[in-house]
Design a protein around this ligand. Structure first.
Ligand code: FES
Length: 358
């Protein structure tokens, strides 16, 4: 700090160099500002405990290899869990155990490798400090010329430009090479059925009762109170022996009751609801997550995956988020015993748009 009483005024300056500069300024023109950044320099290097104490070093070494061995155990456990907890019976419990135990194994494998590598680097690898001078990212002209020359030589020696037959056949081979993957992925779809057809239809048909998920207990219109929301499946879903999860993934529905005057129904859908009760597909039209959150005050449905929001009072049109089309509506009615039933299947494909969606 320095004081200047030039012209009879006091000036506080940051350091002596600034004060020197101020000595040369004319009266009333000096602007003295404190330097905003001072170079802190390098803090003195502190040796780590593992550099100072061989016992600590040995301990760190043991910790690192134990973590890596733990990672091996995690990987082997993930493979074992895949075999020990197979998904065979279409049972949700099987899926839960399978994903849980495989996930535990993979988590252990990855975390242990990560922690081991970080600990190795921080505690045992050489702890030197150095300064790298920043350099231009563009190579020098000589380097660039040398690179071009290398490509030229490689082109001449390989004959890539000259032997056009070989070059073109190689390009063809590389283009065709990924095709087996397409065929193999196609093989994941059912062999004897048209996947487009499968995606276009669900289990709902005329007269199918709406039932609670997962119990399968049929729902009466009187059970659905104002403001409530139910997760719904077709009543006969639980009777399926095979493909239950696949069918459920398409047929899951949300059932809500609003005041009839709050519903702005499209004219052609005037008879698709029953006394304010409406049913919409639970499968998000963005990428197919379950739309599981209902805000009863605003009548908005929220998809937790990417925050698409659908307005139930306006035929589930998209009011926010990446979804591109409304949730499909399931036309419903009530049978002679007061149970809610479907009038038909959905009249448009549920879930994300796909290549042949009409
Ligand atoms: S899956 Fe619903 S918003 Fe993306």
């Amino acid at each position: 700090m320095a004081q200047d009483d030039n012209d009879g005024k006091d000036l506080t300056v940051a350091d002596s160099s600034v004060a020197d500069h101020h000595d040369e300024a004319h009266p009333g023109t000096a602007v003295v500002s404190r330097d905003a950044f001072t170079d802190p320099g390098l803090v003195p290097h502190r040796k780590r405990v593992t550099d100072l104490d061989p016992k600590k070093e040995k301990h760190a070494e043991r910790t690192v290899y134990t973590l890596f061995y733990l990672s091996i155990v995690g990987s082997i456990w993930a493979i074992a869990a895949y075999m020990l907890f197979p998904i065979e019976s279409n049972n949700v419990g099987d899926v839960r155990l399978n994903t849980l135990f495989i996930g535990v194994g993979l988590t252990l494998a990855l975390l242990a490798i990560g922690f081991g590598a970080v600990h190795w680097g921080k505690a045992l690898m050489v702890d030197d400090e150095g300064v790298d001078i920043r350099h231009l990212t563009r190579g020098s002209d000589e380097t660039r010329a040398a690179a071009v020359e290398i490509f030229d030589v490689a082109n001449k020696e390989s004959g890539f430009g000259r032997r056009t037959l070989i070059r073109n056949s190689l390009i063809g081979a590389l283009i065709v090479f990924p095709l087996p993957a397409v065929v193999l992925f196609r093989g994941l779809a059912p062999q004897d059925e048209n996947p487009v057809e499968l995606l276009s239809h669900t289990m709902w048909k005329k007269g199918t009762r709406l039932a609670l998920d997962p119990s399968g207990v049929a729902i009466k219109a009187t059970d659905v109170t104002l403001g409530s929301a139910f997760h719904v499946i077709p009543e006969d879903l639980n009777d399926l022996e095979h493909g239950k999860l696949e069918e459920k993934a398409k047929a899951a529905v949300l059932l809500m009751r609003l005041r009839p005057e709050d519903l702005n129904e499209l004219p052609e859908r005037a008879d698709w609801s029953y006394d304010g009760i409406v049913a919409y597909s639970k499968i998000c039209t963005h990428v197919g997550c379950p739309v599981a959150l209902y805000e009863q005050q605003t009548h908005h449905l929220l998809c937790p995956c990417h925050q698409s929001q659908f307005d139930v009072s306006n035929h589930c049109e998209v009011i926010f988020g990446p979804a591109k089309r409304p949730l499909p509506q399931l036309p419903i009615a009530v049978d002679s015993e007061g149970y809610l039933i479907a009038q038909s299947d959905f009249l448009e494909p549920v879930g994300p748009s796909f290549w042949e969606r009409s």
